[in-house]
Design a protein around this ligand. Structure first.
Ligand SMILES: [Cu+2]
Length: 106
């Protein structure tokens, strides 16, 4: 009985550290552009889309059944999007259609 309890505790600890390891990745928006055209991350990573411009943006994330909309994103505001499912996602700005990038989740 005692051995069973210890084994269960070890599994819980491993899962928690794996989720934590994915962490947060920052993408900057400046000069009406994302600072990268393609990002590759591990499942469970949160991407913080930071608005470092002097104008508002509107982050739209689509793909794999996901549809995220930041709404109007004022200068200085960060929009944090969790990427939970593997696959390729499109990210664009709803105000400036030339702002596009992809996020690949492994
Ligand atoms: Cu924009």
């Amino acid at each position: 009985m005692r051995k069973t309890l210890i084994a269960t505790a070890a599994v819980v600890t491993l899962s928690a550290s794996a989720a934590w390891a994915a962490g947060i990745v920052a993408v900057d928006q400046k000069g009406m552009a994302f600072n990268t055209g393609a990002l590759s991350i591990d499942k469970g990573t949160v991407v913080s889309f930071n608005n470092s411009d002097t104008t508002s943006h509107n982050i739209l994330v689509t793909g794999n059944g996901v549809n995220l909309n930041s709404g109007l994103q004022a200068p200085g505001v960060a929009f944090k999007a969790p990427f939970l499912k593997p696959g390729v996602y499109g990210v664009m700005c709803g105000i400036h259609p030339k702002m596009k990038m992809t996020v690949t989740v492994k």
